[in-house]
Write a protein that binds this ligand. Structure first.
Ligand SMILES: C[S@@+](CC[C@H](N)C(=O)[O-])C[C@H]1O[C@@H](n2cnc3c(N)ncnc32)[C@H](O)[C@@H]1O
Length: 332
């Protein structure tokens, strides 16, 4: 049986009437990933072949006829940051296992120096992803628990732990905004690396992380950040949102200090740092239209703005500056 339906959507400029038509089969097999302004849907057609459709939610030009699941539509339109993060990181999990930015030994080494881990410690790693931070800490402590929203990232983490024969780490699914009650007052160190910029409610996330710390324990954050400069802040925010639709906000050092102090912590070490990264670190596994938009932003920078963002061409490869911050704070 084939049903024919019409969905009417608003365009981005809120003009009503843009429509796309779709055909719903009785038993469509649909998996999908969500994003802010498009959906990529993998459909198995009646002949058993897979087809992939990129649909711009707000663009009538991308109308088409293909099998599609109406429940999927309902969900994509209301996707929370957490749902988006789950879909995006499930799709990109393998990239993070080998990502130069996440395996950077200099950064992991500095994180361990600041943490000064002790053999009897229990450590909690939030937004553990494919486990690079948890696995770097594990040889120094009694136990590490790695939590993450996305099971596919944890599958990679468990694989890495197995390859390195690390046995004192466990990985479980959890949302930082709702940490299990049994973890309260349990950890000497809580780490959170390159994940906080995805948290939809940073205040709640911090209070949950602090709740799991023992008195005297340390919270150690390493995250994307920006300098105290409005233009760089706005531009990096635009680029990061195009790179990853679950990106919420990267915070300046001054903002992190305020956030941690408001979470009743005493800030100890604040270390902003930068890395020159290839453009591919922003464009890998990103939709073609978002890649085009990233190029357009960079192409239209003035010479002075390029200098501010550290845009350079080395051997035909475009690179630019990425800002980060490591910050530690202690619970009373
Ligand atoms: C870039 S990866 C983390 C990298 C990892 N910490 C490391 O050191 O290599 C970001 C991770 O944050 C996770 N994440 C996003 N929102 C989250 C939330 N609300 N709670 C827990 N994890 C979350 C994503 O699933 C993803 O695996």
């Amino acid at each position: 049986m084939v049903l024919r339906i019409i969905i009417t959507l608003e365009t981005k400029s809120k003009q009503p009437g843009a429509a796309f038509r779709t055909t719903v089969l009785a038993n469509p097999f649909v998996s999908f990933m969500t994003a802010a302004s498009y959906r990529r849907i993998h459909c198995m057609q009646a002949d058993g072949q897979f087809c992939t459709h990129e649909i711009r939610l707000y663009n009538a030009a991308h109308s088409g006829t293909f099998p599609i699941d109406m429940e999927a539509i309902a969900m994509t339109e209301t996707a929370s940051y957490e749902e988006r993060a789950r879909a995006i990181f499930a799709d990109r999990a393998d990239l993070y296992t080998t990502s130069a930015a996440h395996t950077d030994e200099q950064v992991l080494g500095r994180l361990i120096e600041i943490a000064n881990p002790q053999p009897n410690w229990r450590v909690l790693d939030i937004g553990t992803g494919t486990g690079h931070t948890a696995l770097a800490l594990a040889p120094h402590v009694r136990e590490v628990v790695g939590l993450d929203l996305t099971e596919e990232m944890l599958i990679e983490a468990r694989k890495l732990a197995g390859e390195r024969r690390i046995t004192n780490v466990t990985f479980q699914v959890a949302d930082v905004h709702h940490l299990p009650n049994e973890l309260e007052d349990s950890f000497d160190l809580v780490t959170c690396r390159r994940a906080a910029h995805h948290f939809s409610d940073i205040h709640r996330a911090l209070s949950e992380m602090v709740r799991t710390l023992r008195s005297g324990g340390m919270l150690l954050i390493d995250d994307r950040s920006v300098p105290e400069d409005d233009w760089i802040d706005d531009t990096m925010h635009r680029l990061d949102c195009l790179h990853d639709e679950s990106h919420v906000r990267q915070y300046r050092a001054s903002c992190w200090i305020e956030l941690l102090e408001n979470a009743a912590l005493t800030v100890e070490i604040v270390e902003p740092y930068t890395k020159q990264r290839p453009l591919s670190s922003l464009t890998a596994r990103v939709s073609a239209d978002h890649v085009a938009e990233i190029h357009t932003i960079l192409d239209h920078l003035s010479a002075q703005q390029k200098e501010q963002l550290g845009v350079e061409n080395i051997d035909g490869e475009r690179r630019s500056t990425h800002w980060y911050l490591m910050i530690s704070a202690r619970k009373a």
